[in-house]
Design a binder for this molecule. Structure first.
Ligand SMILES: C[S@@+](CC[C@H](N)C(=O)[O-])C[C@H]1O[C@@H](n2cnc3c(N)ncnc32)[C@H](O)[C@@H]1O
Length: 207
């Protein structure tokens, strides 16, 4: 099954609240977003958004320029349904981060947020394409939040193999223009009660 079909089927078959990455409140991401002190008009791109509650929370906090991307139109439709009329406040982009047709052409953003997407990219081409896209889309003085399984983390998620990270690996991939501002490990408890070890990182782009 290709990537798009895998994720469409995952969101089609399962209730959002039972997914192994569901959070009823995106506490760790919001903690890092607060640290950025960005304007409410700042552009925020949430890549691989899934049906994350982060979008609801950003709208509630008054952010006005939210862009939500996913490879799965099923995920985005579920999120749109939950948001109801608030879904009009978001720009929606169904696109593959490793073979972008649309994202590659949008304006640069103030903040890039990825929770649990990058770790699904296992080969050098996919990882390289992801970071090339990120670097082309994040403004100078912009921010990057990346939260993935850490080196103690599980080796699979959603039945797929994952590539795990620490902050040094992310720093190296981002390169010299980016400065690590904050990082912490976080144990996420899945709806099943199992735990998953994440690393949360915040970088600032200096040049
Ligand atoms: C584990 S889920 C995390 C969802 C969301 N970020 C969250 O924290 O709830 C991974 C998400 O990445 C999306 N995804 C996987 N590969 C992708 C790709 N190549 N381009 C864009 N999105 C992708 C999936 O559809 C899925 O919604």
């Amino acid at each position: 099954m290709d990537t798009k079909s895998h994720w469409n089927s995952t969101y089609n078959k399962n209730e959002i609240e039972k997914l192994g990455w569901y959070e009823s409140y995106s506490e760790s991401s919001l903690q890092l977003i607060k640290k950025c002190s960005i304007d409410k008009n700042a552009s925020i791109l949430n890549v691989g958004v899934g049906a994350s509650t982060l979008v609801d929370e950003l709208i509630d906090l008054g952010y006005k320029n939210i862009i939500a991307n996913d490879i799965s139109s099923f995920a985005i439709d579920k999120l749109k349904n939950r948001l109801g009329s608030n879904s009009n406040m978001v720009e929606w982009i169904v696109d593959d981060l490793t073979n972008s047709k649309i994202l590659a052409h949008i304006e640069q953003v103030d903040l890039w947020i990825d929770r649990a997407v990058l770790h699904f990219f296992n080969d050098e081409r996919e990882i390289g394409t992801y970071f090339d896209l990120l670097k082309s889309l994040v403004k100078t003085k912009g921010f990057v939040i990346i939260a993935e399984f850490n080196l103690e983390g599980a080796t699979k998620c959603s039945g797929l193999p994952v590539f795990r990270y620490d902050e040094k690996m992310l720093d190296k991939k981002l390169g010299s223009g980016f400065e690590l501002i904050e990082k912490f490990d976080y144990t996420y408890i899945m709806p099943s009660g199992d735990s998953r070890e994440y690393i949360y990182t915040l970088f600032k782009r200096n040049f």
